[in-house]
Design a protein around this ligand. Sequence first.
Ligand code: NIG
Ligand code: FE
Length: 410
Amino acid sequence: MIDAVVHDAAELVVAPGESYADGAVAIEDGRVARVGSTDAVTREYPPENAVERVDATGCAVIPGLVDAHTHALFAGDRSDEFAAKLRGKTYQELLAAGGGILRTVEAVRAASDERLLGNLLGQLDTMLAHGTTTVEVKSGYGLDAETELQMLEVIDTANARHPVDVVATFMGAHAVPTGRDAEAYTAEVIDDQLPAVAAQGVAEFCDVFCEDGVFSVDQSRRILEAGREYGLTPKIHAEELSHLGGAQLGAEVGAASADHLLQATAADASALAAAGVTPVFLPGTAFSLGTAYADAEPFTAAGATIAIASDFNPNCHSSSMGMTLALACVGMGLSPRDALDAATRGGALALDRADGVGTLTPGAPADLVVLDAPTHVHIPYSFGVNRVGTVLKGGTVVHDTERLASGGVR
Ligand code: NIG
Ligand code: FE
């Protein structure tokens, strides 16, 4: 049975370095069966034999976007900090005064399971409407075993309920809780939180905020190595606000990704590339903080495959990967195609996804986006405007702007 045929796309982006003009995708059993020119694909897979036919005339078709770094599960409202930052307050000043992450921790601890789940499902709806089909969501607003487990449970439930694939990361080491000492809290993460998180079996990755005044390189190393013992693959927030050595640590422990890298050096880039660690750039964070953007050039020169992600969180309040692409182009100087590759295949690599996730090569999950524009360039070109028309997840239409206007698909 042919699930779906998407045909007559003005541009079909298949994978880095591979696209077609007038392209089509045939989908069987939720996976891409064939891609190529519309003529060749529809001869073998006639659209009239398919359950779903998507006429993409005049539209570009791209792989579903993979957002490999978010803190999308939270409660509360920190919009006043946005205004305070514009008046000159720094992120570190807000955090040191009990604001920032610590304020979100209070709101999350006070929220019910239902409220947290409702919040996350709502965020996933927005992400899907903006073309994201796979997203990583971190815990880290609990900072105690009970609330960290609760966050991971909610992430797991949202993954089961929502068409977007949600990948869970444990981030008990996101901040040092109010009134605690970093060293004592590191021991709590290792001795109390990690064993419980491993027993729960939801988290795939373990992440640490390796930063001046948060967790040192040595504390981060101990947490990531302990996480590895429990089967959690390391990730690291590295060289965001200061240059501390987190990137070198990421290379040493063989992290899946090292993220932020605003202060990274060429030596960091070479070390990460040599170790096969995916660098994840988060241009929305630089935009929100009003700081300089990361320089991806030393990383690509060293041979790394880079990723870009939204870093959606209360400090960087946009889950739009379209906006992330625009910022990567204008702020970091990436070409629209390099930005798209970084937001698809790059994101999948940062999440250790196999099976062609982030591409439309035969055998890959049929996660794809039909744009209401003729080329992928229109995504960053139309910054702040959503150009997503229809989204297919595993070959099924899960979002359609036109159908929504006439009564909805879900
Ligand atoms: O990736 N840098 C640490 N964590 C987040 C911010 C989280 C927050 O401010 O709530 C980040 O930018
Ligand atoms: Fe982050």
